[in-house]
Design a protein around this ligand. Sequence first.
Ligand SMILES: Cc1cc2nc3c(=O)[nH]c(=O)nc-3n(C[C@H](O)[C@H](O)[C@H](O)COP(=O)(O)O)c2cc1C
Length: 169
Amino acid sequence: MVLALVVYESLWGNTESVARAIADGIASTFGDDAVTVAEAGPDVGLDPDLALLVVGGPTHAFGMSSGATRESGRERGAPHLPDWGIREWIDALPSPGRAVRVAAFDTRTVSPRLPGSAAKKALKRLVARGFEPAAKARTFGVHGYEGPLADGELDSARAWGTELAAVVR
Ligand SMILES: Cc1cc2nc3c(=O)[nH]c(=O)nc-3n(C[C@H](O)[C@H](O)[C@H](O)COP(=O)(O)O)c2cc1C
């Protein structure tokens, strides 16, 4: 039974690390078997028992990535070029048709501090789709474009996962 699903997009691996830390935090409440972490893609669907969906991606050009910004990331040396980002995954999601709580997070560069947040845009779309917000959109900082994550962000991500689990408990 999957109670929580954490879906991520990540070109350099920073957002994936945050996603896994959030899942650890959720698992500290519900147990490892109740949490799944998956890269956004056409095969990732919603389990009928799902209570909490967490979606995270890198902020690109002040919002969610697109095919063009992901290609631009590859040109800057990103080791992974996913076909789907969270934008495409959210757009392909069916309406949940029942109460499923949702949370969204992003990563973005701490210096220079730029406006815009992939998480805010993702959360807005997910709520429009019929999911119920469990928390405000959350940002985790990375150094430069490729990382590493700013100090303490993995601990913050784990703590946030525990907070999210408490909302649906
Ligand atoms: C094409 C492109 C556009 C970006 N635009 C922004 C931006 O608008 N704001 C920001 O803070 N960071 C921006 N970044 C930095 C990314 O947020 C950073 O690469 C990401 O958090 C790293 O996560 P990942 O390792 O999971 O890919 C951009 C990166 C790329 C490749």
